[in-house]
Every structure is written in structure tokens, then in C-alpha cells.
Design a protein. Structure first.
Length: 112
């Protein structure tokens, strides 16, 4: 089974609308990197889960783990037009990829 996980920083205490936009950016951009897997994932229902992490250091570590495993990923750096400073890391899209591989990166994180 294929899935995608989007990781959002909880330490930023973002308004719900801002969280939604960051999740959308992360999901879309990571999916665009998935090639043929993206089509299989979409055909299977495009399973997505949103989880949280504590800070930008954790987001960077998770991204590095994705790269090690060859998973498509996208680290969102906010433009800074609204709530956070320009360049602030807000979210990470992981996958789509096999549930097993995605869980190796995000399995220990709590759902939003």
C-alpha cells in the first residue's frame, strides 16, 4: 500500500488556515517528485496522513532520512508574507511511497 505523510511543526503554533496551506504545499510538491509512483498512489485513493514534530531541526533530520531511503520529499520554506519570517521551515511532505518505507521516516510521530 502507498501513502504520503505530511509533517507540520507544532512549535510555530500556526493558525489553522496557515497549517492547511503549508500541508497543501508539502503534499503537492512531494507528490510531483514521485514519478510513476504518484499515479499508482492516486489510483489507490491518494492516502495522506498529517503528523506533527517539535521543531525545524526535526524536519531537517526527517528530510535527510527521506533522501537516504530514496523517498520523494519536499521541505516547505515559507515566503513570510503572513505569520512567520521568510525562509521559516514549516512542513515536510514525505512520499508517496510504500507504507513500510514512509513509516521508517515518520512512524514515531503523533497525528495532528
Amino acid at each position: 500500500m502507498l501513502k504520503q505523510v505530511i509533517v507540520v511543526r507544532e512549535d510555530l503554533d500556526l493558525p489553522l488556515g496557515k497549517v492547511a496551506s503549508q500541508v497543501a504545499h508539502a503534499s503537492l510538491e512531494a507528490a510531483l517528485q514521485a514519478g510513476k509512483t504518484r499515479d499508482e498512489w492516486r489510483d489507490a485513493g491518494a492516502k495522506k496522513i498529517v503528523v506533527k514534530c517539535g521543531d525545524d531541526t526535526t524536519l531537517r533530520e526527517l528530510k535527510d532520512r527521506c533522501v537516504e531511503l530514496g523517498l520523494p520529499c519536499y521541505l516547505v520554506r515559507d515566503a513570510g508574507h503572513t505569520v512567520v519570517e521568510p525562509g521559516t521551515l514549516t512542513a515536510l511532505g514525505v512520499g508517496p511511497g510504500s507504507e513500510n518505507r514512509v513509516n521508517r521516516v515518520t512512524g514515531g510521530l503523533e497525528s495532528v
